[in-house]
Design a protein around this ligand. Structure first.
Ligand SMILES: CC(C)(COP(=O)(O)OP(=O)(O)OC[C@H]1O[C@@H](n2cnc3c(N)ncnc32)[C@H](O)[C@@H]1OP(=O)(O)O)[C@@H](O)C(=O)NCCC(=O)NCCS
Length: 150
């Protein structure tokens, strides 16, 4: 499996994977999510992410998946925290459970650690049991819980 850092030419593939994530994940769990957003706004947004030195955009080879992560600015209320956030990730359905996601996350954790991050966070829908099990496997534990009454 090859994992590569996105360059400008990769943005269309990044948008495609992010759009599929919106439909599969948020689209089935969040009635308010605008699943058309990546197709409409993605070119500007994901190009910015690819160009930002505080962001890491990764693609797994042959359309197997993507990951977007970034360093977060300091939080004056939590001065000891050097924060990184895993913003988005997806593995193509036919490639799941082969270790692709693990490889993407490990590359991001290394990148963030090399930049001094001592806290890495990710948000997932409470009903996305696969993602929760996956992140747990990589050492993430519940920290903040968002309660919703829609
Ligand atoms: C979550 C996701 C990225 C995992 O990617 P993956 O490539 O299948 O994960 P890996 O093969 O690297 O799995 C690593 C470990 O995570 C855990 N895991 C992964 N999928 C799991 C599942 N369906 N059920 C239980 N545990 C799971 C296991 O411990 C697994 O190790 P094992 O296969 O040796 O048992 C993938 O399922 C996905 O893209 N889901 C849809 C999009 C999504 O939910 N993205 C996250 C949004 S927050």
């Amino acid at each position: 499996m090859t994992v590569s850092v996105c360059v400008a030419e990769d943005v269309p593939e990044l948008i495609k994977s992010a759009a599929a994530l919106f439909v599969e994940d948020g689209g089935s769990r969040d009635p308010f999510l605008d699943t058309g957003w990546p197709a409409r706004e993605g070119l500007v947004y994901y190009t910015g992410r690819v160009q930002d030195p505080d962001c890491l955009c990764l693609l797994a080879g042959d359309g197997a998946g993507h990951l977007i992560g970034r360093l977060l600015p300091p939080d004056e209320l939590r001065p000891g925290a050097v924060r990184a956030q895993l913003e988005s990730m997806r593995v193509a359905p036919e490639r799941r459970r082969e270790g692709v996601g693990g490889e993407l996350v490990d590359a991001f954790l290394t990148w963030a650690g090399d930049r001094g991050a001592n806290e890495v966070t990710v948000s997932a829908y409470a009903r996305n049991e696969t993602a929760l099990a996956f992140y747990e496997n990589r050492g993430f534990r519940p920290f903040l819980v968002t309660l919703s009454r829609a």
